[in-house]
Design a binder for this molecule. Structure first.
Ligand code: GLN
Length: 243
């Protein structure tokens, strides 16, 4: 029993049908397991185009996708944009990876010349490049410490205004080839190019999302003591992999 027993969190996964590659589903699974380890009951709800949007979401997670997947969900994303912006401003924690990270910005101009409007939660513009930026990535964040993951994208993202980067890259590429930054942060929203096993290897980000969700819903969060021995092993091994 922890002091979070009897409390529940609803995780909404955005567009798992079209935006869910390189193991992004693993993030939702890992987040759910972490929340359970902290004592919460967890409900995972899938949101796909034309579903009715669960505005009682406590945490929102969205994955990556090909340019084609991004264009499939584009209109539907615009239909829930105002709701998502309002939730973000009220402090709902959100994690968006790669393709949805790009669409949480102002716009994505694909290499094929298509302009996909974003929803403007991040002040960011992404432009499709010729080259794919692929490989293991390590970066330093003042909030989350060392973040370890894997990137695979051709879009190059430039931040502006009050949107801060998530982290400074120490191995890999990140948002673009010109600056050393990766990802974006506003309110309690985290955007990143790091796929798949992001949350299993970076529980500090899971704990942030869970803490913000619990504080929003219950006014408090009491973390449980979780044995992270295997996480530490995975982090040590992943951070030493070549690019
Ligand atoms: N289509 C985007 C790009 O290549 C997003 C890719 C992804 O989500 N991995 O830049």
């Amino acid at each position: 029993m922890t002091s979070n027993s009897g409390k529940s969190l609803k995780i909404v996964q955005l567009y798992p049908r079209d935006m869910n590659i390189y193991g992004d589903w693993g993030n939702t699974l890992s987040l759910s397991r972490r929340a359970k380890a902290h004592g919460f009951d967890v409900e995972i709800v899938d949101y796909n185009p034309e579903d009715s949007f669960p505005t009682d979401a406590d945490i929102i997670v969205g994955g990556g996708g090909q340019d084609s997947g991004q264009s499939v969900i584009g209109d539907d994303l615009q239909s829930i944009a105002a709701t998502l912006r309002e939730m973000a401003e009220k402090g709902t924690p959100m994690l968006v990876i790669c393709g949805l990270y790009q669409l949480f910005g102002n716009e994505f101009r694909t290499i094929g010349g298509q302009v996909l409007p974003g929803i403007g939660i991040f002040d960011a513009v992404t432009v499709g490049g010729e080259e794919r930026l692929i490989g293991n990535i390590v970066e330093e964040s003042s909030e989350f410490g060392t973040i370890i993951g894997y990137e695979n994208h051709s879009g190059l993202t430039t931040l502006s205004g009050t949107t801060e980067p998530l982290a400074k890259v120490t191995k890999g590429e990140g948002n673009n080839k010109d600056d050393e930054f990766e990802g974006a942060r506003v309110h309690n929203v985290v955007g990143t190019y790091l796929h798949g096993s992001l949350l299993p290897k970076n529980p500090a980000i899971s704990d942030f999302l869970i803490q913000k969700a619990a504080e929003n819903k219950y006014g408090e969060f009491t973390p449980a003591t979780i044995n992270d021995e295997l996480v530490e092993k995975a982090r040590a091994s992943a951070s030493q992999r070549p690019r």
